[in-house]
Design a binder for this molecule. Structure first.
Ligand code: GLU
Length: 268
């Protein structure tokens, strides 16, 4: 890994050249007091869409969005109520995205998937065919875990993994993982001496990085470990990854040198 910007390796030409992009956003970035951040996120996605890029958004946030509708002040502890909140919140979440996309005349298509679906040939090819068609029709696809039949993300915060798997499924040219922190750091960013890691080589095991340096608590789940694992999954398939904050999504999708760039592994 390198904390120095190296023009030869850190170049983001791949971002602006990308024909198909998967963007993953977590619950805390687009729910509660950050519901207002859906607008700027959609602005950035619409701008990529306008230059011809096919966009898949993997968005969490169903549980967090559903909580007030079930009069819950805090995230419920039991799985059934979490699933109920997700069922209610998913609907509202998609409505909010669509309302924002309306400003650009873009239509959203909702795809609810499980990691298990993608591991089995029949549901995998069904999902692949549907998503190809949606993207061909210039629909902005919004994916979340299908929480009523799977609870991987609720339990383990694994929409990052789902995003990595979706990137592979659709043959994405780029995966953008958004979190609350602007990049991966050598240690937790508030600690003295923490440095932003600008570029991670595809064969770098990141053994020098102290985990806990990205990812937030609160309404979301997941953390640095699942984000790095998702990035590794994508780079192994030849898909480069940008890891940055939701606040920097516009810059990331413009190809600016923000966040941490994971170089894609060479694939035949
Ligand atoms: N897929 C769920 C959601 O979108 C789970 C997220 C979570 O556990 O925070 O809300």
């Amino acid at each position: 890994m390198t904390t120095e910007f190296d023009p030869a390796r850190g170049r983001r030409d791949a971002v602006t050249r990308a024909r198909r992009v998967v963007v993953k956003v977590g619950s805390s970035s687009i729910s509660g007091e950050n519901t207002t951040q859906i607008g700027p996120l959609v602005d950035a996605l619409a701008s990529a869409h306008a230059r011809g890029t096919e966009v898949v958004l993997v968005s969490s946030g169903a549980i967090a969005t559903g909580m007030p509708y079930l009069r819950l002040d805090a995230r419920p502890h039991d799985l059934a109520t979490q699933q109920a909140a997700a069922a209610v919140g998913q609907n509202v979440l998609i409505f909010r995205y669509q309302e924002s996309l309306d400003r650009y005349g873009i239509v959203a298509g909702q795809v609810l998937l499980t990691a298990t679906d993608l591991e089995h040939p029949t549901p995998r090819s069904n999902a692949q065919r549907a998503m190809e068609r949606l993207l061909g029709l210039r629909i902005l696809v919004i994916v979340n875990e299908n929480d009523t039949v799977a609870t991987q993300e609720i339990r383990f915060g694994d929409n990052n993994r789902l995003a990595g798997m979706v990137s592979e499924l659709v043959g994405a040219d780029l995966l953008v993982l958004l979190s609350d922190v602007d990049a991966l750091y050598t240690k937790p960013p508030h600690e003295p001496g923490a440095e932003r890691i600008a570029v991670v080589a595809h064969d770098d095991d990141l053994s020098g990085v102290e985990l806990g340096s990205i990812g937030a608590a609160g309404v979301g789940t997941g953390g640095a470990g699942t984000k790095i694992a998702a990035a590794k999954l994508a780079v192994a398939q030849g898909i480069p990854v940008v890891l940055t904050s939701a606040a920097q999504v516009a810059e990331a999708l413009r190809g600016d040198e923000v966040g941490t760039w994971f170089e894609a592994a060479p694939v035949e």
